[in-house]
Design a protein around this ligand. Structure first.
Ligand code: ZN
Length: 627
């Protein structure tokens, strides 16, 4: 009989059961070690895989004034509760981009990554604004979550464009400036809104891929060229939009067959509808000619006014027309652009950049090909005239760059607004400082202004009784400060055109008039060439007489000593300023250039002096005193 132990088990049984327990524990230990090892390996593997997938960097472009600055958009996806953060001194539009980008990614068929998504815009010190980073941010997020892969050894590519909720890529302000700046920074491959294709065509050495949707942008980013499938998808989005808006006529996207010609036709029709002669971008097509809208052939009489317009156009001299209401001041100013030579390629690029930043160029997707003619209402504010806001946007001065700024009823404008013009007139640049933003905008415009000679308007009209007294006249003209008035190279009083001239038959003289106008235009173009040649020889910059900065006027403009003395005497007699003296010499040089003469004559100086009128109220006082 076997003995039982205290526990009720035999010795052998006790030994056997403890072995089983030990072996079980040993096995469990092994299993646990294996499990832990597997877990550890899995965590390490995940960490390893995370380190390769959680980060992606994409280039984009921010606007600083007219120029672009390249911006790096970095996205990292970290474990944690779902969150989406953007850092890097962005404005409210950038903060709002989170929702747009999230919706666009989902509606384009991709997945917005789970976890903590952190986006950083570098350099962080640069203030950034607008919705242009949407596209780059979306691509960076998809890159970080490995839904997009950029081919190895691909050249640097930059992306910009606003995203709509359905994944459409929309144009943004300053597209042309951004493209130019990216090219200057040797980033020659850019993916952006389809609307910028036409402008990008004018930039040599830039490979621009215009896209309509986020999906298309991702394909281009991944190195896949466009196919018909993309276009079909774009059409579907257009259809979707039509259904949701409920308007069958609305099509947010151009159809497949849209060609350059077709879009150009659409632009032309829009320009005709708007009838806005102030915007040079309405003249983007070659067929639409700004010059035909108002020409000198519409003007009757006013030979002095036409002559001063020609001198102003030839030498870039600022012009003030003073005359009774309805005498043709506005028509003369509107016809003046028709005398100016065409824009050069560099000027066209500069203007397109300005209009693109001002949010006008992208509307019609084209280059500015004609000199701007900006006409402001007399209630214009200083910020609208010079530029302002945060960030500072260009004002009328800058929009009139290389063209004409016409200030009608200048005596009705606020004196502070008018005085703000003095610095831009002198330097050709507007410096704007607003909190974090310091911006310089070019503004080499030709200033043309018009006003009535007095409150009732009949001071200069023979046969009309002016009811304004001296005090009212002084008040009327006090809005134009002396220093600003001094900056007008040409001041011309205009009389009303007689009824006989108005009634003169047009058919008999039209051909002769047209020849005369064509000759005027040719003379102005020749005068510009003469000035360019002189500037090249004598290193004068800028080349136009009205803008030229010269130390020795007599030598540079070939004015002999006798004529210099003659001009000085005239200035002394009329008690004019030193600026007026030099202005008389500059205008005299332009008059000689219009006749293609090397030497300035005494008659040129006499004619130039005529255009330096004293203010009308002083004439009135003199007239009353003499009578
Ligand atoms: Zn009056």
């Amino acid at each position: 009989m076997r003995r039982r132990g205290k526990c009720g088990f035999g010795k052998n049984e006790v030994i056997g059961s403890s072995e089983i327990v030990f072996s079980t524990i040993w096995r469990l230990k092994g299993f646990l070690v294996e499990m832990l090892g597997a877990c550890a390996m899995s965590i390490v593997g995940k960490i390893e895989s995370m380190s390769t997938m959680i980060y992606h960097r994409v280039l984009s472009c921010a606007l600083q004034g007219l120029n672009g600055v390249s911006v790096e958009i970095e996205v990292s996806i970290l474990p944690g509760l779902p969150n989406f953060e953007i850092s890097g001194r962005g404005d409210s539009a950038i903060k709002e981009s989170k929702d747009r980008v999230r919706a666009a990614i989902r509606n384009s068929g991709y997945t917005f990554p789970k976890g903590r998504v952190i986006a950083s815009y570098a350099p962080a010190s640069l203030p950034k604004q607008g919705s242009a980073f949407d596209l780059a941010l979306a691509v960076a997020i998809l890159g970080a979550s490995q839904q997009v892969v950029r081919p190895v050894n691909s050249p640097a590519v930059a992306l910009f464009g606003e995203l709509s909720l359905n994944g459409r890529v929309k144009p943004v302000q300053g597209m042309f400036g951004r493209l130019l700046s990216l090219r200057e920074q040797n980033i020659c491959h850019v993916i952006g809104p389809y609307e910028a294709c036409e402008q990008a065509r004018h930039l040599d050495g830039l490979f621009y891929e215009g896209v309509r949707t986020l999906k298309e942008a991702i394909l281009r980013y991944s190195g896949i060229p466009s196919t018909k499938q993309d276009v079909r998808e774009q059409e579907e989005i257009g259809e979707f939009k039509r259904e949701t808006t409920g308007h069958s006529v609305i099509n947010i996207l151009p159809s497949i067959e849209v060609t350059k010609d077709k879009s150009t036709k659409r632009n032309v029709s829009r320009a005709k509808d708007s009838s806005n002669i102030n915007d040079p971008d309405t003249d983007c097509s070659e067929s639409a000619d700004f010059k035909t809208k108002v020409g000198f052939d519409l003007i009757r009489g006013q030979s002095v006014g036409i002559r001063t317009c020609q001198i102003a156009a030839a030498g870039w001299h600022s012009l003030l027309m003073v005359g009774a209401p309805g005498c043709g001041k506005t028509t003369l100013a509107s016809a003046l652009p028709s005398l100016l030579p065409s824009l050069t390629h560099e000027e066209s690029i500069e203007l397109t950049k300005i209009y693109s930043v001002a949010g006008k160029g992208h509307v019609l997707n084209c280059m500015v090909k004609h000199r701007p003619f900006r006409r402001t209402h007399h209630t214009v504010t200083t910020a609208a005239l010079i530029g302002g806001g945060v960030p500072p946007s260009p004002g009328e001065c800058t929009l009139a760059h290389h063209g004409i700024l016409f200030l009608d009823e200048i005596t009705q404008m606020r004196p502070q607004t008018l005085d703000a013009l003095r610095e831009p007139l002198e330097t050709g640049v507007v410096h704007l400082s607003r909190s974090d933003w310091q911006v310089d905008y070019p503004c080499e415009f030709l200033l043309v202004a018009a006003c009535n000679p007095c409150r009732c308007g009949y001071l200069l009209e023979p046969g009309h009784l002016c009811y304004c007294d001296d005090a009212s006249l002084r008040r009327y003209f006090s809005r134009i400060s002396g220093p600003l008035y001094d900056r007008f190279d040409l001041v011309v009083p205009l009389m009303r055109v007689s009824a006989d001239e108005l009634m003169a038959p047009r058919d008999n003289v039209s051909e002769e008039e047209m020849r005369k106008i064509e000759r005027m235009r040719r003379d102005v173009a020749r005068a510009w060439e003469i000035q360019k040649e002189r500037a090249r020889k004598r290193h004068i910059k800028p080349f136009l007489n009205g803008r030229a900065i010269i130390s020795d006027v007599a030598e540079a403009f070939e004015i002999d000593q006798r004529n210099m003395v003659y001009a000085a005497r005239l200035v002394d007699m009329a008690l004019l300023s030193a600026r007026a003296f030099f202005s008389i010499l500059h205008v005299a040089r332009t008059i000689a250039d219009l006749d293609a003469r090397d030497v300035v004559l005494r008659d040129d100086i006499a004619e130039s002096f005529q255009y330096h009128q004293s203010l009308p109220f002083e004439q009135n006082t003199e007239r009353k005193m003499s009578s």
